[in-house]
Ligand binder design. Sequence first.
Ligand SMILES: NC(=O)c1ccc[n+]([C@@H]2O[C@H](COP(=O)([O-])OP(=O)(O)OC[C@H]3O[C@@H](n4cnc5c(N)ncnc54)[C@H](OP(=O)(O)O)[C@@H]3O)[C@@H](O)[C@H]2O)c1
Length: 695
Amino acid sequence: FDSVVFPYREDCGDIHPLFAGLSGLLKTVNKEMPDTRVKVVDFSYKQPKKSIERITELFLNELLCDNTRCEVGYKNKKRYGLSMKTSIADRTQQIISPKDTLLVTGGAGGITYEIIKKMVEKYKVNLIILDINDIYSTDQKYLDKTSTQAELMGLLKEDMPGVKPIEIKRALDRLMRVRLSLENIEYLESMGVSVEYNCVDVTDAKAVKKAVDKHEQIDGVFHAAGMEMSQFIPKKELWSFELVVDVKVKGMQNLLAAFKDRKYKYFFTFSSVTARFGNEGQVDYTSANDFLGKTLFRQKQLHPERTYKVYAWTAWGGVGMATNPTVKKVLEERGIQFLPMEQGVKFFMADLLDKTESEMVFSGLDYSFDKDGLLGDPGDMAFPFLDTPIEKTPAGMTYSRVLDVERDVFLHDHTMEDVPLFLGATGIETMAEVARSLSEDKAHFVELTHFQIPYGIKLLKGRPKELLISGDHEEDGVFKCRITSQFKNPKGLVMGEPKLHYEGQYRFAQKPLKPKKIKLPQFNRVSFEGDLETLVYNPKRLFMFGLFNTITDINSFDGKTLITTIEDKSKKEFFKGVKEPRFVAAPILVDAMFQTGGLLEFFTTSRTVLPFKIKSLKFYKDVERNREYFCITKKITSGIETNTYDLKLTDKKGNVFIEVSRFEMVKLNQLDPEDRIVDRVDFTFSNKKQGAKVK
Ligand SMILES: NC(=O)c1ccc[n+]([C@@H]2O[C@H](COP(=O)([O-])OP(=O)(O)OC[C@H]3O[C@@H](n4cnc5c(N)ncnc54)[C@H](OP(=O)(O)O)[C@@H]3O)[C@@H](O)[C@H]2O)c1
């Protein structure tokens, strides 16, 4: 009752965290045993005994229904489920005051250390750390800063005769952790704050109380100690289950008991995305984290004057328990997106300025992990090229988006010598989405200007690539947008300056542009050898396939103006599991228009060209799938490095849908003779001035 789905509502009854612990456990059962029906049904009834018949009926219906959602709830005849919404910290309410004293469990290393380091830097907080390793009783000979791991291994072998190598390796790992903890504490102290380290097992109530009681004032608690011992249910042993649960849950209960009659302002704890999604091999860890989160929610119910926060992290990259090679491999295989360390710290620090939410889940859009559909239907995403909002300023927003060939399957249809390339049109779409996210009631994208691609985006070796997409309010309805990326070393540390890939200025309006109609030019017959698809879509010429196979006919050409028929007709998925995403700037047809510039060159100069700049791209009307359009492509100039074209997308009556003025394409290589098609295309037209037939 009131412990699984309803704690997220203001009017929730008394929360019983143990039920959340059970729910966490069952979410993993649901994943590990796919043939077993697993249901957790939360009820919110003020007097459950009086409604027992109704509750029983609802419970049985839920068990027998077709819906596979594991966690559901019932209240006032309504069925409830959980869903997550993206949001960004408000940054208007400071939780921590400078020089606060903070008690942190498990803070001498891992992700917690990275976070408290930043807290010390910003708020000069004094720290009381409770961690399990007895770092001060370690023999000095193991602490010489100059000794290498190999030397330490040698020392341990000498001191542990007859001990199995695996045990010695464990001792070495522990020693490395101790050395790191000492180094970390030294660094924290060097920032001019007091740091007290207590060797305390948080599952030991007396030891926790003793460490707390030494201090007259502690302003906040941060329970981050945790253990993870992945093992599938049939092989899970009770002692390890209890250990993993106890560090989190008993640890929290012991802290709450020790702080029972004390004044403090805030309580934070660290949970995991597994608490929301369940995870194979982590039945205990999932249970512990969900139990922990709802214990915190219960405290919030009892003490609304305090700030309570539970951070459910996805796996961090570069630091902490998910860097264990086995854990990392498994998570990577499950398609989990790792959170770069710097980003995680940034999220946490921003959230310290927001008192509104109590549970924050920091997750990639890991749909394959999300059995209950908390992330929603990927096909309904308002902005499929924007994932995580990472920065909000008075002028605008920055989002992060990881391009990944597994999810962004469209990239397979645009590869140059097997290297997936982000398209000019997908760049335009991506920035249009950030602009639309800011444009409020101005819902119509009407014009893009000042567009350029200083540096294209490639997925080398098919590796995922994180893009940062920013939009800033320039004037009414106008947004300056850009896509950048930041190189990071394997530890997730930022290296060098961000690289600018795309930029452009977007105009949105409440109404669409006034309709425009043109008189279609007279067509000049074109004939070509063989079939159109092989002629056009050859990887040496236009290296797009499938989804972007959009030029369906060549209607006219006179050496300067090319008229083609184009249609978005593919039935393939654009993103994994999504065939018809919601787009702002029609990337498939805009790309089709861009392709015609390339085609015009193959008919004349045999040169490959790529999109580079646009003076103006106007949207007059929404385009549709499975509908034929004409694309009228006129070559305006040919410079040293670029060619310039004007393009119009019209219907057969000349109604203009999209108009691109001064589209510059950068000249690349000349095609190899065997790839040229100039001789396979015939076009004749009357040159009125000269009165001659030109071929
Ligand atoms: N890293 C991630 O990707 C990630 C993701 C989701 C959630 N989290 C959560 O974030 C927290 C910190 O994780 P981390 O990656 O930084 O892990 P970590 O490096 O293993 O740090 C956890 C710390 O807690 C200590 N600890 C374990 N049992 C204890 C006990 N009984 N009493 C006192 N201290 C104890 C550990 O000591 P030992 O070193 O001796 O074990 C270690 O110092 C954990 O609660 C974890 O569940 C982490």
